[in-house]
Design a protein around this ligand. Structure first.
Ligand code: 1HE
Length: 267
C-alpha cells in the first residue's frame, strides 16, 4: 500500500505520512543523527496531541544510520535551574502524549538509541530493534542527567540497577543484550525493522479502539496499584470492553467459525 502525505505543520526534522490505518512519523535529521532539538520535541508533541483522524496506530522510526543521538547538545546552553526544569517539562509533556495518547505507538530502533533517543523509544508501546541498534545513557559522562522521563520509564523496563549501571559506567547494550533485558520485544535483521514494525502497527490498528485504550491507559496504571484496587479497575475495564458492540460482533464471529484461530505464527 502506498504511503500518503499527512497535512500537518511539523518542523523539517519530522516527516509524517500514512499507510492505511497507520500513521508514520519519521525523525528526519540524519545529518545530526536525529538529535532532538526543542523544535523537534514540540513537533512530536503537536503530532501526538492530534494524530490524523481514522488512524489506529503510529509507527515511529528514524532516517539515516541511527534512530536518535538524544538531546541536541548544541542547544544545551547555560540554562538556569528554572529554565532547565521547564525544558525537561517540555520533554515530559511531549512524551506523555506518546505514552498516554490516542493510539498505540510502535518504535523501530536502529543504530544509536541513546540518551533522549532511548527516552523517546521508552515512551512507545512496542519496540522493534534491528540488530544494528545499541543503547546507552551518556548523560553520566556529559555531566548531565536524563530529562525526558527516563528515570520513570526505563526502570520499569529494565530495573533501577541496570539503569544505574548504564548512567554510572557509560555501559552500552547491543541490540541482542537490549532485547534480553527488555528494551525491545522484537528483533529484526538490518533494514527489516520498518516492515516488521508496520506489520505490527497494522495488527494493532485492527484491534477495537476500546481494547487499545484499555491496554494503553488502564494496564500501566493497574500495574502501579495495590492488587485490590487493581482487581477492581480490571473488572470494570473488562466489563466495559466486553459490552462494546464491536467486541460482541468479534466474539460471535469466533463462535460461528468466521474468525481466525490463534496460531503459533511468526514472532
Ligand atoms: C549531534 C548529536 C547530539 C550527533 N547533539 N549534535 N547524546 C550523546 O551524547 C550522543 C552524541 N552523539 C554521538 O555519540 C555520535 O554522534 C553518534 C554515536 C550518535 C553517531 O556517530 P557518527 O560518527 O555517526 O556521527 P558524528 O560524526 O558524531 O555526528 C554527525 C553530526 O551530528 C555532527 O555534527 P557536524 O556538524 O560536525 O556534522 C555531530 O556534532 C552531530 N551530532 N549527535 C547535537 N546529541 C532530555 S535530556 C536527554 C539528555 C541526552 O540525551 S544526553 C545524550 C546526548
Amino acid at each position: 500500500m502506498a504511503a500518503n502525505r499527512i497535512d500537518m505543520t511539523l518542523p523539517a526534522s519530522l516527516a509524517a505520512s500514512r499507510q492505511g490505518g497507520v500513521a508514520i512519523l519519521r525523525l528526519k535529521r540524519p545529518e545530526k543523527r536525529n538529535a532532538l532539538d526543542d523544535e523537534t520535541i514540540l513537533g512530536i508533541e503537536t503530532f501526538f496531541t492530534s494524530p490524523p483522524d481514522g488512524i489506529g496506530a503510529v509507527l515511529l522510526a528514524g532516517e539515516g544510520e541511527h534512530f536518535s543521538a538524544g538531546l541536541d547538545l548544541s542547544e544545551l546552553q547555560e540554562r538556569d535551574v528554572k529554565q532547565g526544569i521547564a525544558h525537561s517539562g517540555l520533554w515530559h509533556r511531549a512524551f506523555d502524549k506518546i505514552q498516554f495518547g490516542k493510539v498505540p505507538v510502535v518504535a523501530v530502533l536502529h543504530g544509536a538509541v541513546v540518551g533522549g533517543g532511548l527516552e523517546l523509544a521508552a515512551a512507545a508501546h512496542v519496540r522493534v530493534a534491528e540488530r544494528t541498534a545499541y543503547y546507552a545513557l551518556p548523560e553520566g559522562s556529559r555531566g548531565i542527567y536524563v530529562g525526558g522521563g527516563g528515570s520513570v520509564r526505563l526502570p520499569r523496563l529494565i530495573g533501577v540497577a541496570r539503569m544505574m549501571d548504564m548512567m554510572l559506567t557509560g555501559r552500552t547494550y547491543s541490540a541482542e543484550e537490549g532485547h534480553a533485558i527488555g528494551l525491545s520485544t522484537y528483533l529484526a535483521e538490518p533494514g527489516a525493522g520498518f516492515a516488521k514494525g508496520l506489520d505490527l502497527a497494522a495488527r494493532i490498528a485492527s484491534n477495537t479502539p476500546l481494547t487499545n485504550f484499555a491496554v494503553m491507559h488502564a494496564l500501566p496504571r493497574i500495574a502501579e496499584m495495590d492488587p485490590a484496587a487493581g482487581y477492581a479497575v480490571e473488572a470494570l475495564m473488562s466489563a466495559i470492553a466486553q459490552a462494546d458492540d464491536e467486541a460482541k460482533a468479534r466474539l460471535k464471529d469466533f463462535l460461528e467459525k468466521r474468525a481466525p484461530k490463534v496460531t503459533r505464527g511468526p514472532t
